[in-house]
Design a binder for this molecule. Structure first.
Ligand code: DGY
Length: 346
């Protein structure tokens, strides 16, 4: 972060040079951090910025968020903050960057941010391994009835063993279908190869052969689905992907397929998936993300024994949560040094 000459004063006492880079020898930029972050990340924030922290980790209302922004030069939010067009419209003018602590940016109205000249960044790459681990956990948990078995033991209802007891689905050697072969999808595919699974994928753009690594490309979702013994969802939630896994597309899956979702709940039509889980068309599902999460999850999921549920913990490892914070801070550092942030989305 260079120190520049020709300083003019910016709003709220922050100093900004004529080139647009903040002068860290004088006032540090103030960053509104909406949730409690890992210790090491907050330490770096203290070193380089004036952070407005949230030690109680309380979820702010949009009104509180906008009020707190009046003291800030930048926001570092999580996907829990819904930065709607209405909220973005009333953010103070001096907020010029939203440096997300997330890879997904569906909680931000990107068009609204663009319209106000606000840069939005995310944290790609650093959570791919952790999320792929949860993908495999969900696949195996769903296939091998982990949730059912665990609940049975805790309820002291395990009374016998027989060849027919808790028989599940063996994924080894089956087809692993990836909907959205971005960074997480690619790592998940590699992990699935560890189970000798044959990888099929759909992505808007075909990968180069090195990244494809023998996977079979399908140039549309409908062509992918009949090849998925396990369908793993890795595409972002956008207006185009909302409700993408609907009844018509579920009908294209092989009978008894498994559905795994570590991306966003919005990609799935819950009613259609629940019907398919009840009829056995879909053998089981492993879900880490939901429409209406956390409290508005479709009730029927809670009553189905063939669903393995996790509370949006794809990226929840110490290493990854630190790395997400550093990546968000790298983006802020670049912005305040007058450079292009590496992970600029708009
Ligand atoms: C992400 O980074 O998008 C994860 O879902 C956590 O927010």
């Amino acid at each position: 972060m260079g120190v520049e000459k020709n300083i003019t004063i910016a709003p709220q006492g922050s100093w900004i040079t004529q080139k647009g880079a903040y002068d860290f020898m004088s006032t540090k930029p103030t960053v509104l951090v909406t949730r409690k972050l890992p210790k090491a990340v907050e330490a770096r924030l203290h070193r380089d910025y004036v952070p407005i922290l949230n030690p109680d980790d309380r979820l702010y209302s949009n009104k509180e968020l906008v009020e707190l922004c009046s003291k800030a030069d930048a926001i570092l939010p999580c996907h829990t903050e819904k930065l709607t067009a209405e909220t973005i419209a009333i953010l103070p003018k001096k907020i010029k960057i939203i440096a997300n602590y997330s890879v997904g940016v569906d909680h931000c109205d990107l068009e609204a941010a663009k319209g106000r000249g606000i840069i939005v960044t995310n944290t790609p790459d650093v959570l791919s391994e952790a999320t792929a681990e949860v993908t495999i956990l969900l696949m195996l948990g769903a296939a091998r009835r982990a949730s059912e078995g665990e609940r049975m033991i805790r309820a002291k209802q395990w009374h016998d063993w027989s060849p027919n007891f808790m028989v599940g689905y063996q994924v080894t050697g089956k087809r692993f279908g990836v909907l959205g072969m971005g960074r997480v999808g690619q790592v998940a595919a590699n992990r699935a190869r560890g189970f000798d699974m044959d990888v099929h994928y759909y992505n808007r753009n075909r990968l180069c052969s090195e990244l494809e690594d023998g996977a079979t490309y399908h140039d549309n979702v409908e062509a992918l689905l009949p090849n998925c013994d396990v369908l793993s969802i890795h595409c972002p939630a956008t207006p185009q992907t909302t409700g993408m896994l609907d009844a018509a597309r579920i009908a294209l899956l092989p009978d008894g397929a498994i559905v795994v979702n570590t991306a966003r709940g919005g990609v799935v039509d819950d009613n259609a998936l629940i019907l398919a889980l009840k009829s056995g068309k879909v053998w089981a599902a492993g879900l880490d993300v939901f429409n209406g999460e956390p409290e508005g999850i479709h009730d029927e999921y809670l009553n189905l024994s063939n669903v393995f549920l996790l509370p949006h913990i794809g990226s929840a490892t110490g290493d990854t949560r630190d790395a997400m914070g550093y990546r968000a801070l790298d983006n802020l550092d670049a912005f305040f040094a007058g450079k292009e942030p590496k992970d600029r989305v708009v």
